[in-house]
Design a protein around this ligand. Structure first.
Ligand SMILES: Cc1cc2nc3c(=O)[nH]c(=O)nc-3n(C[C@H](O)[C@H](O)[C@H](O)COP(=O)(O)OP(=O)(O)OC[C@H]3O[C@@H](n4cnc5c(N)ncnc54)[C@H](O)[C@@H]3O)c2cc1C
Length: 476
């Protein structure tokens, strides 16, 4: 069994993966091995060798391998371990053979990032799907990485609690996948990003070592918080096996103000006024006309912007906040304003979170990351020359834009290049989140100044480059 490692990473040496020369590659069929293989330079990984090495790691039948296809690539083998030791066994074998591993959660965001440059083994984490420990009195929960967000929220709800992370497709999206992508949504206005809510983690490194950081105690100050590195690393540094979160009591009441403005500037002005008043905003989002009609609301085609302000808490406090929000809207020339309570509010935000992904990945999805001060400019840039459905969080400076095939800009490659140039001038970035039609476009764009550090971390954590190779920024 792999031993637990100290939490601070140190340089470690691994057995070199086997390298077969050209002669042995030619001999492979004569040895009776299956012809399916992955070739990396002069390293050839044989499907049967890989499958045999993984025999004790809960292999998935070959007939199910197409379910793990990414783009045109289907893995040579797939495993679905039921324990963290099983994950370690699989990674140890993969490192020994030099096999490229794709950790697989719910599979809802396999289109995010660049396609892996090599893909031999799908490591399906859904065999680890338990809620390990929930301490309602301490507001903490420990959960295995393959547990879906919906299953976790169901357990927490029984104790009147929830984890304030509300990803699209929660019945499929897993805790591990959510942390690996590190993307947050509207609720982060109030509670921060996934990184802010994790207080402990167990992960498995590429060589099969199991590492543990933090724990179930909220005040956890010893050592470096190395687990923070794995959040948002897209499974390129380690495989997340288990996480401990702070959780939150469910609010007793909630409501959303829905206000329509003729300009994006007016909508963001109200948002700034409300924030400056210190009202307890849980989320704030502005949708353009196309996005508003996509979440099932009527759009009169006037190019209006709909501001959504969500508040939660005690019923009397919610009522006071709603009154203050409505007053701020009226002072800023609102065209229409109404409020939705409790279930109606929850159901609207579910649609806003799923926007663009309701029926699978959109033909094109872009995320523009900037500053709150540039929100209106980012929206104008995203919507130029196209009929994108655009949603922006003015408090975070994050803009999401979606296109279906009939609304795509005429030259998508040129459009993205121009957009990247304009957004970079605002110190922002553009991430291509769904790229079904975009061969040859890098998902992440130009590498950031911190890239040298990122590459060093990758070399230290995954020296043989077996974890999701090529998927992340700069081909890491
Ligand atoms: C409010 C909110 C809004 C969001 N909006 C968007 C959005 O608009 N667009 C978007 O793309 N995402 C968005 N996300 C993120 C998205 O919800 C997550 O990417 C999703 O939860 C992934 O779950 P999954 O299990 O399907 O991951 P998968 O699709 O299975 O995997 C996603 C990536 O993570 C890696 N991975 C999976 N499991 C592990 C693991 N255990 N250890 C290490 N790596 C792993 C995979 O290799 C892959 O690279 C949002 C999240 C939140 C909370």
């Amino acid at each position: 069994m792999p031993a637990a490692r100290p939490s601070t990473p140190a340089r470690y040496s691994l057995p070199a993966p086997p390298v077969w020369n050209c002669c042995s590659i030619q001999l492979l069929p004569n040895l009776g091995w299956t012809p399916l293989s992955s070739v990396r330079g002069d390293v050839r990984i044989d499907a049967r060798t890989l499958q045999e090495a993984l025999a004790s790691a809960d292999p998935v039948p070959e007939t199910d391998h197409p379910g793990y296809t990414i783009g045109d690539a289907t893995p040579l083998a797939a495993v679905r371990p039921k324990t963290i030791d099983g994950v370690a066994t699989a990674l140890t074998a993969a490192t020994r053979l030099g096999a490229a591993v794709v950790p697989w959660g719910g599979g809802t965001r396999m289109g995010l990032g660049n396609p892996p440059s090599r893909y031999d083994l799908a490591l399906d984490m859904r065999g680890l799907s338990s809620v390990v420990e929930h301490r309602p009195e301490d507001l903490v929960v420990t959960v295995e990485a393959g547990c879906t967000m919906q299953a976790l929220q169901d357990v927490l709800r029984d104790s009147g609690q929830y984890l304030p992370l509300d990803p699209p497709l929660p019945a499929q999206a897993t805790v591990g996948g959510l942390l690996a992508t590190g993307i947050s949504g509207p609720l982060s206005t109030a509670v921060g990003t996934p990184r802010d809510q994790v207080i402990g983690m167990r992960a498995v490194l590429a060589d099969g070592s199991i590492v543990k950081n933090g724990g179930i105690v909220v005040k956890n100050v010893t050592g470096y918080a190395m687990d923070r590195l794995y959040i948002g690393a897209m499974g390129t540094l380690a495989v997340i096996a288990e996480a401990t979160f702070k959780v939150t009591p469910l609010p007793r009441a909630e409501a959303t103000v829905v206000a329509t403005f003729s300009s994006m500037n007016a909508a963001t002005t109200v948002c700034n006024v409300v924030t400056a008043q210190g009202l307890p905003l849980m989320a704030a989002e502005v949708l353009n006309g196309a996005a508003w009609s996509q979440v099932g609301q009527s759009d009169d085609g006037n190019g209006d912007y709909t501001l959504l302000l969500r508040v939660a808490g005690r019923p009397s406090a919610v009522a006071r906040s709603i009154d203050a929000c409505v007053a701020a809207c009226r002072e800023t020339g609102v065209a229409n304003v109404e409020s939705l309570n409790d279930d109606a509010s929850v159901s609207l935000w579910k649609k806003v979170t799923d926007l663009g992904w309701e029926s699978g990945p959109p033909d094109l999805a872009l995320r523009l990351l900037g500053t709150p001060a540039h929100s209106a400019e980012l929206v104008a840039l995203a919507a130029q020359e196209s009929d994108a459905a655009v949603s922006v969080s003015p408090t975070r400076g994050v803009v999401k834009a979606y296109w279906n095939s009939d609304a795509l800009p005429p030259d998508v490659h040129a459009y993205i290049a121009g957009l990247r140039e304009a957004v970079t001038a605002l110190n922002g970035t553009v991430v291509v989140e769904s790229r079904s039609r975009l061969d040859g476009v890098d998902a992440w764009g130009p590498t950031p100044d911190s890239f040298a550090v990122m590459r060093q971390l990758k070399e230290q954590y995954d020296p043989h480059g077996i974890l999701n190779p090529g998927r992340y920024v700069g081909g890491l």
